[in-house]
Ligand binder design. Structure first.
Ligand code: PSU
Ligand code: MN
Length: 319
């Protein structure tokens, strides 16, 4: 375990810039399970008030699974790991919150701007704090048309770099999923279908693509994490966790809304960081909110698995 002291980050250089909530700090100091949670879902991925409700319920799910939740954001010049309810509410209702990745995490710290962490930035902060398991909805990936736009999420490079297990429902069908899997393989990121042979497409269980690896129990995932550590391979991995069949939206029902959203994004010349939030908003509108309800179910489902994994992993490390 990291040996992080009370209120201090695991990496001594980050002291003073990373503030751990007392509960998170105490759990890490005694090797108890902690699950990191991102905040871009809250600020850019969902409308108010569903964003705040989701942020709260996801923390509850982690607690019910026996782990301590640590939602991460940048506020007042510091990386905050573990937010109290008032701070969560502040974030969920704030305007002008930056969407932070590796490129601009330090900018928000240096300027005192409020920032929400994407998968990439959450991985960096979790690793700094000594947290090894992180639950999100879906990771960013290779966008359709990336061969001309070069739009590839920094989440993929971060998965290759920061030693954190990310539990996600695969990646969204708004992306180019075959290219996303290719990019992960090139970067040496293990992609494990959890209880499935197929790589899930976020709202849908089916993508038509095989998950490169498959495991069926949290204990097996923990063994993989420990084997990677023992071999010194570095970097993180992706656990692709599909929704239960009775909760998904079948892929065929989403292709229309997704195509329409992509066409609109092209007409409006949406670019850079705005692409993912724009597409998500358009799909929510085109499905009359159904995709939003399913998005919430996905995050809960991933938080539950992440908690199980964190519990097993912390027990394994202590034995
Ligand atoms: N998937 C979602 N909701 C989101 C995101 C992904 O269901 O809000 C966010 C995550 O924070 C992810 C980011 O890391 O979008 C990827 O953005 P980009 O494509 O700009 O790298
Ligand atoms: Mn991008």
């Amino acid at each position: 375990m990291s040996g992080a002291g009370r209120g201090q980050a695991a990496d001594p250089r980050a002291r003073g810039l990373v503030e751990l909530a007392p509960e998170v700090s105490a759990a890490l100091a005694s090797g108890r399970p902690v699950v990191a949670l991102e905040s871009t879902i809250v600020t850019h991925g969902m409308p108010h008030p569903e964003n705040l409700a989701t942020a709260r319920e996801v923390e509850q799910v982690v607690r019910a699974g026996g782990a301590v939740p640590a939602t991460i954001a940048v506020l007042d010049g510091r990386i905050r790991v573990g937010l109290d309810d008032a701070t969560l509410e502040r974030l969920a209702t704030a305007r002008e919150v930056m969407k932070l990745s590796r490129a601009d995490l330090a900018f928000a710290v240096a300027t005192g701007r409020a920032g929400a962490t994407t998968v990439a930035a959450t991985m960096i902060c979790a690793a700094l704090a000594g947290i090894h398991v992180f639950a999100t909805g879906g990771i960013g990936g290779v966008h359709r048309g990336a061969e001309t736009s070069f739009d590839v999420s920094a989440d993929l490079d971060e998965l290759a770099r920061s030693p954190v297990v990310v539990v996600s429902a695969g990646a969204k069908a708004i992306l180019d999923l075959p290219k996303t899997l290719e990019a992960l393989e090139t970067r040496g990121v293990p992609v494990v279908g959890f209880g499935t042979d197929e790589f899930p497409a976020f709202w849908s269980r089916a993508s038509g693509l095989r998950a490169p690896l498959r495991l069926d129990a949290p204990e097996e995932v923990a063994r993989l994490v420990l084997a990677r550590e023992a071999l010194g391979l570095g970097g993180g991995m992706l656990v692709a966790n599909p929704l239960p069949a009775d909760q998904e939206i079948p892929a065929a029902e989403l292709s229309g809304p997704i195509e329409a959203a992509l066409a609109e994004a092209a007409v409006e010349r949406v670019g850079a960081k705005d692409v993912t939030p724009f597409l998500l908003r358009r799909v929510v509108a085109a499905t009359a909110g159904r995709s939003l309800a399913v998005n919430r179910a996905i995050i809960r489902n991933n938080a539950a698995l992440a908690a199980r994994l964190a519990v097993v992993l912390s027990a394994a490390r202590r034995s």
